[in-house]
Design a protein around this ligand. Structure first.
Ligand code: 5AD
Ligand code: SF4
Length: 570
């Protein structure tokens, strides 16, 4: 009998992609997926541990399973991703409900571990042993990297097996509950070498490894052939991508990813660029030119120091590369940036902002550019003066939106070990709210600049308002499902996967006037990542979702732009 899996994803886009990949592997092996946790034989949580809050959500989800597991000892519970890697087998000791743990660097092992866990429990039940009471240690399974991913001898092996996970991607619509996939993530880089002092990612996701460009381009082509029109390239510091071909070796028949020769960023161009190196600029150009049916090529998240002019020029000169850059600043105070080990100053960051806009902000050609940022408030030692400096940077940067987080001390990081978490929570909260309010005003001003522009948007589906209206009227049955990136289960954090404090994305949208009974409100995005709502006749909705069409922007709020269709379906 096919086993039913419930898979819920927390945290970032990288996790959403991981869930999609493991979901594809499990489906190919005959597992079925359900949205209903209570019906599932296997419950999997793909977890995030960037902030304590994200971990707590997982703990409470696991707690909810304790009673059911007592009643149903054959239930298999798995914790995947960063929390598994960070907590290690300690998690199993603290939460006996967990049967399987797999770190983000070992996800290719999940099918084997699940199979093992399911069969062990079945045979124990057949023998009359209650596995809920006495699962032997050997029946609880973990695949974790520990810190091996940073040892050069094991780096190659880790990269090789992980590459297999990405290469295994099933692009056919295996999950017909999700509708046609029009938008997809493609990983270009794994791990991170920056070691910002507050961040767990270099520990949970391991050393930075760049995928071979051939693999990335092939994956983009396959996705495009299956109907995808928007690709978002993913990396923790995506614009740091560089692949050295000369040094490539083959392991098990696959081109082996190499750690790039050190290019410390900050330069205007990669001094080693040439025939043997594929830089990030080269990669963008190649995908744009070699996969023309991708109408939108985006990338997140960028690191401020790694933006050479070569990348900006490629974006400017290639019309299907989106003019949207997500470039976290984290603080506007040089003292805090140094304590965070961010590797740049506020002056260098603002120099980048000016350079990016000089290259890419061309509203007179109908091609504006938008930048969004991340900030951490209440980092150890942050004074009122430091916070004022952050506000000054937010005013200066004119972000489209910003993701603002209260500092959360993470065990194992330098900040956790060395810097006392000395900013009271009330102060963190006040700074968070103040920064959000300031960014809200700026978002509204940025949005107003769009009024009168005519732009193509990618139509994603019913707007939030329309979905609520239809849900209230009990009419969700015929609603278009929109563009979907997740396997199933809610992605708990908002669109960009970067947390709960986004100034725009989780708010309801404004309303253009509708013809009652005829129109519905749809929502789409410009290539600058601005949300646009507009009305369309209900009968045209099916044909519009997942296509690009031109809209004229009529009005704007901080939450969304309001537009009208100019020429449908172009
Ligand atoms: N506390 C608060 N925010 C954090 N981030 C990363 N680590 C922490 C932490 N320990 C934020 C940063 C990063 C985003 C993904 O999460 O702003 O850009
Ligand atoms: Fe974490 Fe810094 Fe790497 Fe981003 S660049 S993933 S914040 S260590």
């Amino acid at each position: 009998m096919p086993r039913e899996v419930y898979l819920e994803t927390f945290g970032c886009q990288m996790n959403e992609l991981d869930s999609e990949l493991v979901g594809g592997q499990l489906r190919a092996l005959g597992y079925r997926f359900t949205q209903n946790r209570d019906q599932a034989d296997i419950v999997l949580y793909n977890t995030c541990s960037v902030r304590e809050h994200a971990e707590q959500k997982v703990w409470s989800r696991l707690g909810e399973l304790v009673e059911r597991k007592k009643a149903e000892p054959s239930l298999v519970v798995g914790v995947l991703g960063c929390l598994a890697e960070r907590d290690g087998t300690d998690l199993m000791r603290r939460m006996p409900v967990v049967d399987v743990m797999v770190g983000p660097g070992e996800l290719d092992k999940l099918p084997a571990l699940l199979d093992n866990a399911v069969k062990t429990r079945e045979s124990m039940l057949a023998e009359g042993v209650d596995p809920g009471r006495g699962v032997p240690k050997s029946a609880r399974l973990a695949a974790l990297q520990g810190n091996t991913s940073r040892r050069s001898a094991t780096l190659a092996a880790a990269a090789d097996t992980l590459e297999l996970l990405d290469l295994s991607r099933a692009v056919s619509p295996l999950d017909d509950t999700q509708g046609p996939q029009r938008s997809a993530y493609v990983r270009v880089t794994r791990g991170c070498n920056k070691f910002c002092t507050y961040c767990v990612v270099p520990f949970t996701r391991g050393a930075e490894v760049h995928r071979p460009p051939e693999h990335i381009i092939d994956e983009c082509k396959k996705l495009a052939d299956s109907g995808v029109i928007e690709i978002t390239l993913l990396g923790q510091t995506v614009n740091h991508y560089r692949f050295e071909h000369g040094a490539a070796v083959t392991v098990n028949g696959f081109v082996q990813p190499q750690k790039g020769r050190s290019y410390s960023g900050g330069h205007r161009r990669d001094p080693f660029a040439g025939a043997n190196v594929t830089t990030f600029a080269d990669l963008l150009r190649r995908i744009h030119d070699e996969v023309p049916s991708i109408l939108r090529l985006r990338f997140v998240t960028s690191y401020p120091r790694d933006f050479g002019d070569d990348v900006l020029e490629v974006i400017r000169d290639h019309p299907r590369i989106c003019r949207y850059l997500h470039v976290p600043a984290q603080s506007g105070s040089n003292r805090m940036l140094a304590a965070m080990n961010r590797g740049y100053t506020v002056e260098e960051y603002t120099e980048f902002l000016d350079r990016a806009r000089a290259h890419l902000h061309e509203p007179h050609k109908g091609r504006p550019c938008e930048i969004s940022g991340d900030f951490i408030v209440g980092f150890p030692g942050e004074t009122d003066e430091d916070f004022e400096a952050t506000k000054a940077l937010v005013r200066r940067a004119r972000y489209k939106n910003a993701f603002i987080f209260k500092y959360s001390p993470r065990p194992g990081t330098v900040a956790f070990e060395k810097l006392p978490d000395d900013i009271p929570d009330a102060v963190k909260r006040r700074r968070n709210n103040e920064l959000l309010a300031l960014q809200g005003e700026i978002s509204a001003e940025q949005a107003r600049a769009y009024v009168g522009l005519e732009m193509p948007i990618l139509v994603e589906g019913h707007s939030v308002r329309e979905r609520k209206k239809q849900a209230a009227a009990g009419a969700c049955g015929d609603a278009p499902r929109g563009i979907s990136l997740t396997v199933n289960g809610a992605s708990v954090e908002p669109a960009h996967g970067h947390g709960s404090a986004c100034a725009i994305d989780d708010e309801p949208e404004p309303a253009p006037p509708q013809v009652p009974g005829v129109d519905v409100q749809l929502s789409g995005r410009t290539d600058t990542d601005m949300i646009v709502v507009f009305n369309a006749p209900a009968r045209d909705v099916g044909a519009m979702v997942g296509t690009t069409m031109r809209v004229r922007i009529l009005s704007a709020t901080a939450l969304a732009l309001v537009g009208e269709a100019v020429v449908p379906n172009q």
